[in-house]
Design a protein around this ligand. Sequence first.
Ligand code: FAD
Length: 266
Amino acid sequence: MFTLLNVAQPDTLEAAYNILKEKRSNAVLGGCAYLRMGSQTIHTGVDLSKLGLRYSKDYGSYIEIGAMTSLREVETDAALNNYADGLLPKAVANIIGVQFRNVVTVGASVFMRYGFSDFLTALLALDTEVELVKSGRMALAAFLDTPRSKDILTKIIIHKTKGHAAYQALRNSASDYPLLTVAASQLEGEWKIAVGARPTRARLAVQAAALLREADNVTAEVMEQAVQTAVGELSFGDNRRASAVYRQAVAKTLIKRAIAEVAACK
Ligand SMILES: Cc1cc2nc3c(=O)[nH]c(=O)nc-3n(C[C@H](O)[C@H](O)[C@H](O)COP(=O)(O)OP(=O)(O)OC[C@H]3O[C@@H](n4cnc5c(N)ncnc54)[C@H](O)[C@@H]3O)c2cc1C
């Protein structure tokens, strides 16, 4: 269990960021589910709950989700259920249980760039941007390549493009971390295939997506080529949940299922 010496509830994002950088051990508090698993001492925990960051809003051409929104709110949000075949709600629906998803936050889930993240894999298959206090706004894919630094993620922005999406994941047992996650989408003709929990963080299989985009028809042969290309361009590793060889074999099946599901949608 972590130790919290002080809690600050700033009224502005600027004040929150200033407190965060005052001391090395100061940290933002999300739902504290992950922090609870560690043993660090936090001098001042920065509670963002007075900043109005718990919301999800559909602006027509894009959906914005505030950092303090829970994953359960993502799961039950009407706009997110109606967009891209409910990809985001489907992706988070198997994370532990409802009580847990009521607590954990969007901001922490994205900012921490967890390798095992179901949510990040799905976001990567959509046209997603993130906004941070210090680093400003950037595409999620670019954010995933930046090293972690003292910053506060304030919201994510999902640009709505017409199309379909599918989510696949495999766990050794319900409520365990996934051993592989896959999200595929075809939005305005552009394919995206995101694969996470390899066990490193989610990446796009860019060459496989290009192959699908260039094909007139997603035949069984094209699908097989895309699967082989995807597993060839991504790396897979070992951890206690699965070996690299097993992950690669699972990836072939899950990627094929996700592509087939999207291709079947008209
Ligand atoms: C036991 C367990 C099992 C899990 N299983 C899964 C799973 O199967 N699939 C999955 O996708 N996820 C899983 N997760 C991750 C979970 O979904 C959350 O992503 C995670 O708990 C972090 O959310 P939190 O709100 O609890 O963050 P916290 O514990 O509050 O914070 C985690 C870290 O993020 C920082 N932080 C918090 N908010 C912000 C912000 N807005 N900006 C910058 N930094 C911030 C904190 O300072 C801290 O360092 C699991 C987590 C746990 C604890």
